[in-house]
Design a protein around this ligand. Structure first.
Ligand SMILES: CC(C)(COP(=O)(O)OP(=O)(O)OC[C@H]1O[C@@H](n2cnc3c(N)ncnc32)[C@H](O)[C@@H]1OP(=O)(O)O)[C@@H](O)C(=O)NCCC(=O)NCCS
Length: 324
């Protein structure tokens, strides 16, 4: 039996930290009113990191990948496949994954981008697991990297306060012992309009709206519902009781979603890894960023059982249950 084991993790955050008060002051210059109180009460977000103009998605991806490779002890030349989950690629093509492959000198790696909005990282993890378990790859680098600030409408206070920039990476390898016990990914395209960036290029022009548009309440309600269903599904598949899971790392979008999910699953608050207060919603980067915080501060240890869950535009969602 081949398992996919997480043997390294890394993360990158831009230098610029913007508190809610800083953001509220900046928005006031545009005539947009918001406040630290409103943002904290509705979302749990206290600050976000925003990438400077010279920092793009591939730069953040490479920095997080370098850290994950060092952590894993695996050389870039031994990576067979690189998957970059992103909705904010440097350009339409080449893929951000190919730019990363070149910058890391990962000369034996195939590389492609994967777009599943905020579920991108769990989709990448599940895809990498399939490559490894089928014997098609031994070492896979997966990265979630986003410069979401590029696609925020700073005149729309209902979305621009919610997101941040950053990147996180895992190095995965084939193992005979343990690793990913079960995974599932799902979608429902009939809900595509509740969270979208509908703009696209046509004949050199942008057609449609090139910023995030969201029906916050629909997203909230459906996120809690599908995350609960998906958590139960991966646990059933692996014959694991939810109460035996050590750490829950759901997509970091809103503390109220995370806590409501925890209550529905009967999970104590201290098993929930929460970084949305510091990072805001970094889309496909949010899970590896949160994982790395909990690993570096000593919470996640070898042998722990961790549930990783994503949800986002599409509508897409998914979960992986992993023995570390
Ligand atoms: C976006 C979200 C925080 C909004 O919270 P909400 O309780 O649903 O708030 P509403 O949209 O109903 O707006 C309530 C009021 O706050 C106002 N408001 C919206 N954004 C505001 C802001 N940044 N500051 C101050 N007021 C704001 C609205 O205009 C509205 O005012 P009104 O009552 O006078 O019309 C919440 O719906 C949410 O978190 N949804 C999930 C989002 C998410 O997770 N997205 C990513 C998924 S990957």
């Amino acid at each position: 039996m081949i398992y996919t084991r997480i043997v390294g993790s890394g993360s990158f955050l831009p230098r610029t930290v913007v508190s809610n008060n800083d953001l509220a002051n900046d928005l006031l210059y545009r005539g947009i009113h918001t406040s630290d109180d409103w943002i904290v009460q509705r979302t749990g977000i206290k600050q976000r990191y925003l990438a400077e103009s010279d920092i793009d998605t591939s730069y953040m991806a490479v920095e997080s990948a370098k850290m994950a490779l060092i952590d894993s002890g695996i050389d870039a030349s031994d990576i067979d496949l690189i998957i970059v989950a992103t909705s904010t690629p440097d350009c339409i093509f080449p893929s951000t994954a190919c730019i990363v492959q070149s910058k890391l000198n990962a000369k034996h790696a195939a590389a492609f981008d994967l777009q599943a909005a905020c579920s991108g990282f769990v989709y990448a993890l599940s895809t990498a697991d399939s490559f490894i378990c089928s014997g098609k790859a031994k070492n896979v680098l997966i990265i979630g990297s986003e410069k979401f600030s590029r696609i925020l409408d700073w005149n729309d206070r209902s979305t621009c306060v919610l997101f941040g920039d950053g990147a996180g990476a895992f190095v995965l390898t084939a193992s005979s012992d343990y690793g990913i016990l079960s995974s599932c990914i799902s979608s429902d395209g009939s809900m595509s309009d509740i969270l979208s960036v509908s703009g696209h290029f046509e004949n050199g022009n942008i057609n449609g709206y090139p910023f995030i548009k969201m029906d916050g309440q629909s997203v909230f309600k459906n996120a809690v519902r599908v995350l609960e269903e998906s958590a139960r599904e991966v646990c059933d598949k692996a014959c694991v009781d939810i109460k035996d899971i050590n750490w829950f790392i759901p997509h970091q979008a809103n503390i109220r979603i995370i806590k409501m999910l925890g209550r529905r699953l009967g999970v104590e608050d201290d098993k929930l890894v929460i970084t949305v207060d510091k990072h805001a919603n970094t889309s496909s980067a949010s899970i590896p960023l949160a994982f790395n915080v909990a690993k570096l501060d000593g919470r996640i240890k070898n042998g722990d059982l961790v549930l990783i869950q994503g949800v986002g535009g599409g509508f897409t969602w998914g979960s992986s249950l992993v023995r570390i």
